[in-house]
Write a protein of this length. Structure first.
Length: 569
């Protein structure tokens, strides 16, 4: 297990001035800090709690999240955190209990490296959120971002040149201090004080039901199981149904759904259900209990002037599918380079406006998908509770497992949500009007259409195209002329925009991107592509950096671009 230090973690107040003040030291706040520090931006985090809360429920680092971790230099560190044996990190297992009848073993979430290799630069990773949070916080700290624990956000005042944020010790709220920053970002969860302070409303439905998350200790948990090793166990049992994630050799996370918002569950009841899940009358310890309400809520905007929000402060949805934290990590990856560009002077204010335009549609789509997942899974569990499980017929149990998997397919196969995040309506994307397949929750078709994630490809053994992208814009040379490349270099240089040119000499690889020129952003999304530069390259660069441009740029950009869907990778 990786040893994680606590550099730059302090109860002292932050310095009186910084570039970006982040409220909340959870995974999203620390991910944003990591991205900013890698781009040379000064930032500080204030966190009301001391230490890392165990009251965390995320259990799935998606392929896309792990791609971000790779970009931030910590993908292997994330994988090294778990004490769970490797054979328990890949498959989805349907069963009646850990020591019960197996109903089926299935692939899920791109956790198997061989399933993910041609789709993403990193496979997904099943991981209890507390471990992910520790790695991200340690990375932020080693990059020089101080985490000030025991400090809470009080209020913020905005001026044309920055913000003044008042913070106070959690234990002494009257002893407040003021910090000046260029921007304030609230990563402070579903009850965000930052969001409330600037009057950003949430829309949707709340308190739709209650789930219970418990961390359960059980000595020898993974020894001599009656079912196959799995990273997720979905338990279909006439007495109890739920989701289990082994988080240690003697510990598991237990999710139980289907409670009314005001319904209570005791520790004794949870212990009894935990033994049913295990399938043996063994010693269990309920280490932590975390009931949580189910919401379908999205912020109307992610920005008010120089105050922005990210993660659960922006969106709250059902946990089924594992979208909450992963969506928040995506927010951080989208926002970090934009803040850095604006602070460095080459990004315009419209770049920050595009944060809402790009990320809010992702959140609303994920919200709808998560609600559909919970309805499907709870419905399947309910039918099993009514109908029972075949006791002696192995073939009948396998047929039942296959039926249950098909009924809940979109819960475990989320490639569209994870890898096909499209920013096609963004004001800083120059669309080429080419065709794209209809978006699907479960399917990903690699496509370099502007607004889409740049399709992953291996340039060499364990060298992804993403590993060669620059910290600013990157122009993929897929067979372009020197004059075309020089036109982009000149336009970027005149505006102080960092631009690197990545030549793809392998013609078969270059053909996958659908045009000789592909302009990629630091967050690995395509900003523009074409056969030739537009007549006014300057205006295109201005559009992409959020400092000007109009619809004619997008139309002109499209005039030289491929009009057919390229062959999938």
């Amino acid at each position: 297990m990786t040893t994680l230090g606590a550099q730059h973690e302090t109860r002292d107040a932050p310095a009186g001035e910084t570039d970006v003040l982040i409220v909340g030291a959870g995974p999203v706040g620390c991910a944003l800090a990591v991205d900013l520090r890698l781009r040379g931006v000064r930032c500080a985090i204030v966190e009301r709690d001391e230490g890392i809360s165990y009251d965390m429920r995320a259990m799935n680092n998606s392929m896309r999240t792990m791609e971000h971790m790779r970009q931030w230099g910590i993908a292997e560190r994330i994988r090294g955190c778990s004490r769970v044996p490797p054979q328990f990190r890949h498959d989805l297992v349907f069963a009646t209990a850990l020591h019960g009848h197996e109903l089926g073993v299935f692939r899920a979430y791109g956790f198997r490296p061989e399933d993910a290799r041609e789709l993403a630069s990193e496979p997904g990773m099943p991981m209890s959120q507390k471990y992910t949070a520790r790695v991200l916080r340690a990375r932020a700290q080693e990059l020089g971002c101080a985490v000030h624990t025991g400090w809470q956000f009080v209020e913020v005042e905005q001026a044309p040149g920055g913000v003044s944020a008042r913070i106070a010790p959690t234990a002494a709220p009257d002893a407040s201090q003021t910090i000046s920053a260029s921007y304030l970002v609230g990563c402070d969860g579903g009850r965000s004080s930052v969001r409330a302070s600037v009057g950003i409303p949430m829309t949707g439905a709340g308190a739709l039901g209650k789930h219970v998350h418990a961390v359960v200790g059980c000595p020898g948990l993974l020894e001599d199981l009656s079912v196959s090793p799995g990273c997720f166990y979905v338990l279909f049992n006439p007495e109890v149904g739920g989701l289990v994630l082994p988080s240690d050799v003697d510990e598991f996370n237990l999710h139980l759904a289907g409670y009314d918002p005001d319904e209570e569950i005791t520790v004794e009841e949870l212990a009894s259900k935990a033994r049913l899940v295990i399938g043996r009358d063994v010693e269990v310890q309920i280490k932590r209990v975390s009931p949580y309400l189910i919401h379908e809520l999205t912020a109307e905007t992610y920005r008010r002037g120089r105050v922005l929000i990210a993660g659960d402060a922006c969106h709250l949805f059902c946990p089924f599918g594992g979208f909450n934290m992963n969506t928040g990590i995506g927010d951080a990856a989208n926002l970090g380079w934009k803040l850095a560009a604006v602070l460095a002077g080459w990004g315009g204010d419209a770049l920050l406006d595009s944060y809402t335009d790009e990320r809010r549609p992702i959140a609303t789509a994920n919200c709808e998908a998560a609600s559909a997942n919970v309805r499907a899974l709870v419905g399947s569990i309910g039918r099993v509770l009514e109908e029972g499980i075949p006791d002696s017929d192995e073939e009948a149990r396998r047929r039942l497992g296959q039926r249950l998997y098909e009924e809940t397919y979109s819960e475990w196969n989320t490639h569209g949500i994870v890898l096909d995040q499209r920013y096609t309506d963004s004001p800083v994307i120059a669309d080429d009007d080419s065709d794209a397949p209809a978006w699907d929750v479960t399917v990903y078709s690699p496509l370099a259409k502007p607004g889409h994630r740049l399709p992953h490809a291996w340039l060499a053994e364990d060298v992804s195209v993403y590993d060669r992208l620059g910290s600013g814009l990157t122009l993929l040379d897929c067979g372009a002329s020197p004059a075309a490349l020089n036109a982009f270099r000149a336009a970027a240089s005149a505006r102080g925009v960092p631009l690197e040119v990545l030549r793809l000499s392998d013609s078969r690889l270059a053909a996958r991107y659908g045009a000789p020129l592909v302009l990629a952003r630091p967050d690995q999304h395509v900003a523009w592509r074409g056969a030739q530069p537009p007549a006014d390259v300057d205006r295109l660069i201005d559009l992409v950096r959020g400092a000007g441009g109009d619809d004619s740029v997008a139309a002109e950009a499209g005039s030289g671009s491929a009009r057919t869907v390229p062959t999938p990778l």
